[in-house]
Design a protein around this ligand. Structure first.
Ligand code: NAP
Length: 268
């Protein structure tokens, strides 16, 4: 039994700091790419609410990123913004290197590869640059960023990687050969990486949303699309966030290499 003086000493920040250094305990962070808007914002907010220190990545939209940060801090959570282009390998390396230098005693134990774009067109009419850009943003970004964080996760024998794929990557959608290829590739890479990292206590899973109400689906004919969905509605970003939140939790420790659908019954 510890007396009151000992209890107070243990809670003192200096004691925690020194003790952390001696026993090499590290702060764990969750990095959510594309956290300024839509699904990424909902994930960042929920992970912060559940105690993670969240790094909110985004590309360009400072105002929306700031809004995500405010939502988290107003809720009592801890977060920081990290602006970089996930489709640029050098930018990924510089961002992670800088972050690690500023946080020598911390590591990123949760990575949610969420940032993504679409650029739809029938393949016969599609520009080469549109195909390449979507693959770069949605698939190569996964490789650029994830490989940088694996060594620390392995060192700590602890990690969760969740890749936001899409129904399109499983089923295929006309007008989305580029997007479907990027998400299908992401699902296959998820399964392979899960096998590489399983023994290191790192899980790697994918989530495949159907239609979720965000900026990405703006301009789609929701009224007619809803008729194809058994639940007769688009999903909400918070519903995808709940699934991601479960996959990064300790309760999901035996789930790896999966791609989980979240689409209101549209496809299974
Ligand atoms: P969204 O509302 O368009 O938001 C996209 C987010 O990704 C923004 O935060 C954006 O940052 C960020 N981003 C885009 N390119 C980036 C880059 N190169 N580097 C860093 N950040 C980048 O999209 P969403 O609907 O939430 O989609 C999130 C993920 O879910 C995507 O991977 C998407 O493919 C997938 N998904 C969405 C749906 C759906 O129906 N919405 C369905 C299936 C799958 P800025 O704000 O700075 O631009």
């Amino acid at each position: 039994m510890k007396n009151n003086r000992q209890k107070i000493l243990i809670l003192h920040p200096l004691y925690i700091d020194v003790n952390c250094r001696i026993n090499k305990c590290f702060m764990e962070y969750a990095l959510v790419t594309g956290g300024s808007r839509g699904i990424g914002r909902a994930i960042a907010v929920l992970l912060a609410r559940n105690g993670f220190k969240v790094i909110v990545n985004y590309h360009a939209n400072d105002r929306e990123a700031q809004k995500t940060l405010s939502l988290i801090t107003q809720d009592g959570g801890v977060a920081e913004l990290l602006k970089f282009n996930v489709a640029d390998n050098n930018a990924c390396m510089a961002a992670i290197d800088n972050w690690q230098q500023l946080h020598p005693d911390d590591y990123i134990s949760v990575l949610v590869n969420n940032a993504g774009i679409r650029s739809d067109e029938l393949m016969a009419l599609m520009d080469v640059s549109d195909f390449e850009r979507v693959i770069q943003n949605n698939l190569l970004s996964f490789f650029y960023l994830t490989r940088l964080l694996i060594p620390q996760m392995v060192r700590h024998r602890n990690g969760r990687i969740v890749n936001i794929a899409s129904l399109s990557g499983l089923k295929g959608v006309a007008g989305q050969t580029n997007y479907a290829a990027s998400k299908g590739g992401l699902i296959a890479a998820t399964k392979s990486l899960a096998q590489e990292l399983a023994k290191k206590k790192i899980t790697v899973n994918a989530v495949a949303p159907g239609f979720i109400r965000t900026d990405m689906v703006e301009g789609l004919d929701e009224m007619s699309l809803k008729q194809m969905i058994p639940m007769a509605r688009f999903g909400e970003p918070e519903e995808v966030a709940s699934l991601v939140n479960f996959l990064v939790s300790k309760e999901a420790s035996y789930i790896t290499g999966e791609c989980i659908n979240i689409n209101g019954g549209l496809y299974s």
